[in-house]
Design a protein around this ligand. Structure first.
Ligand SMILES: Nc1ncnc2c1ncn2[C@@H]1O[C@H](COP(=O)(O)OP(=O)(O)O)[C@@H](O)[C@H]1O
Ligand SMILES: O=P(O)(O)OC[C@H](O)CO
Length: 504
């Protein structure tokens, strides 16, 4: 007791920084997965040309710093003190900065950006797709960082020469944030983020010289790759108010898979945010898909790599946003549920949301969206239902591709903004024929990073500590008529066939 004041020690907590495509969030968790404080800032999307998507690197950093400070302060007020930071991030998004000044030399080129579609097509035509998929588990598509890095080096005056001279650094958003948080002390990333660059040999766990040559990326720009839990330096006291170790890092979809405790082969999650990303744990070996799914690193802990097979859908929640912002059919995303329920279930209307092309299993960067099957009886409700169904059908496409690769799942754990929508989840169970489970907490992505940070700083001993903390909220059991399902799937495939860039 000093001066009449009783000093209580604060309870331990973990700060997750979740830097997403549309917003930056900070969440402070207790070690038993309770949310103590959150802060969130949306930021501007920059669309310089059709198919191009950029973010301002300084805005990414400013929103992360502001939300982290706000969440830490709120947690302190509530009696909690963060012990460590975990970072999770939109993946593939590419930044290049000047090592001397710490300033980015170009806007971040976002994963959705298609500006390098021609470069990818050229490399495919020249027969390089096999090398890329063998080494990286990825397909040759503008989605991944490699061609975006080369684009920046070739379009900013003098950048290529400066990169070769070691003056520039490349990073995905995690690297950029660690660089900023540590005051430029560390240029690092984790294995999950490295596995999304198309420059990383996922089996050998190293940057690949042949790929660096193929894509024209100088090795001097690359970050050091670390385990997903461990030492990522210390956030400078001047930035967050006090020094804090960064001890966990993973790309956001891998982080969600960790938060959803997909630790055994066959355990699967699907996150429905802007896009939708389905990851199934495939154990200690990457599964080489014959159906254009991605083999990726799920996490690397204590030097042991666990792999996942991933299906990436480019537009899921973004389709709901388009109904809200583009068409004005709804005022809020949540209104889509009631509207879709009022639709004629046999309307035959399909929406193919190929706004930025189609992801897995099509990988058609040039495809563009369509609404098909319209009649005079089709209205707002039918379009809303078709919009929700487009995420259901795209999930079915992924599961069918996985099954064709010999990877089957028994149940699907869902999270992300759209997972609040019960109508959507019931349709998902009905059309996939798989039990669909929503966990008690929808914070899987942020929790995954907090959990990794807890592992990295010794608050947790092993992954099994995470499993004990996961609980289900609601299960959606498949129902519905198989004939209607088959007709629905056929209707979807017909609609997709019409938008394919190679369709005749
Ligand atoms: N009730 C709902 N039904 C359908 N979609 C929803 C609902 N609530 C939110 N969404 C969609 O979920 C997305 C937001 O999810 P979130 O996980 O926060 O995304 P991200 O991390 O990609 O920014 C938005 O695209 C929004 O349109
Ligand atoms: O920011 P999100 O949640 O839309 O996730 C983006 C993915 O990481 C892109 O690969």
């Amino acid at each position: 007791m000093w001066g009449g004041m009783v000093m209580f020690s604060k309870r331990k907590a973990l700060l997750a920084i979740d830097q997403g495509t549309t917003s930056s969030r900070a969440v402070v968790f207790t070690p038993d997965y309770k949310v103590v404080a959150t802060a969130q800032r949306e930021f501007q999307q920059i669309y310089p040309r059709p198919g191009w998507v950029e973010h301002d690197p300084d805005v990414i950093w400013a929103t992360v710093r502001a939300t982290a400070r706000e969440a830490l302060a709120a947690a302190e007020k509530a009696g909690y003190r963060a012990e460590a930071i975990g970072i999770t991030n939109q993946r593939e998004t590419t930044l290049v900065w000047d090592r001397a000044t710490g300033d980015a030399i170009h806007n971040a080129i976002v994963w959705q950006d298609r500006r390098t579609a021609d470069i990818c097509a050229g490399l495919r035509d020249a027969g390089h797709a096999g090398l890329v998929s063998d080494r990286t588990g990825l397909v040759l598509d503008p989605y991944f960082s490699a061609t975006k890095i080369a684009w920046v080096l070739d379009h900013v005056d003098g950048a290529r020469a400066r990169a070769e001279a070691g003056e520039l650094a490349f990073g995905t958003v995690d690297s950029w944030l660690i660089w900023k948080l540590t005051g430029g002390a560390l240029h690092v990333t984790d294995a999950t983020n490295a596995s999304r660059t198309a420059l990383y040999d996922i089996a050998a766990n190293r940057w690949d010289d042949e790929l660096l040559g193929l894509f024209g990326v100088p090795a001097a720009v690359l970050p050091d790759v670390r385990d997903s839990a461990g030492d990522f330096g210390r956030a400078d006291a001047a930035i967050l108010g006090r020094e804090l170790p960064i001890t966990g890092v993973a790309g956001d979809q891998q982080s969600a898979a960790i938060g959803q405790v997909c630790f055994n082969p066959g355990e699967m999650k699907s996150t429905y945010g802007t896009g939708a990303f389905l990851l199934i744990n495939t154990g200690d070996t990457p599964v080489r898909s014959k159906n254009k799914l991605l083999a990726t690193i799920a996490y690397r802990i204590d030097g042991e790599t666990t792999y996942a097979l991933e299906g990436s859908v480019l537009s899921a929640g973004a389709t709901v946003q388009w109904l809200r912002d583009g068409l004005g059919l709804i005022a809020k995303a949540s209104e889509i549920e009631a509207l879709a329920q009022s639709a004629d279930p046999d309307s035959g209307v399909y929406l193919v949301p190929a706004f930025t092309g189609l992801g897995a299993p099509y990988w058609d960067a040039e495809a563009r969206g369509a609404l098909t099957g319209l009649t005079r009886g089709s209205g707002r409700a039918e379009i809303a239902r078709a919009a929700l169904d487009s995420s259901v059908h795209q999930t079915c496409d992924l599961l069918e591709a996985m099954a064709a690769d010999g990877v089957e799942a028994r149940s699907l754990r869902v999270d992300g903004g759209m997972a609040r929508n019960d109508t959507f989840l019931q349709r998902l169970a009905d059309l996939t024929g798989i039990e669909t489970v929503r966990p008690a907490s929808v914070e899987a992505t942020a929790w995954g990073a907090a959990f990794l940070a807890g592992l990295g700083c010794g608050l947790f001993a092993s992954l099994e500590d995470g499993r004990k903390l996961w609980a289900a909220d609601q299960s959606f059991t498949p129902a519905g008529d198989p004939e209607r399902r088959a007709a629905d799937r056929k209707g979807w495939h017909d609609a997709v066939a019409r938008v394919r860039s190679d369709a005749v």
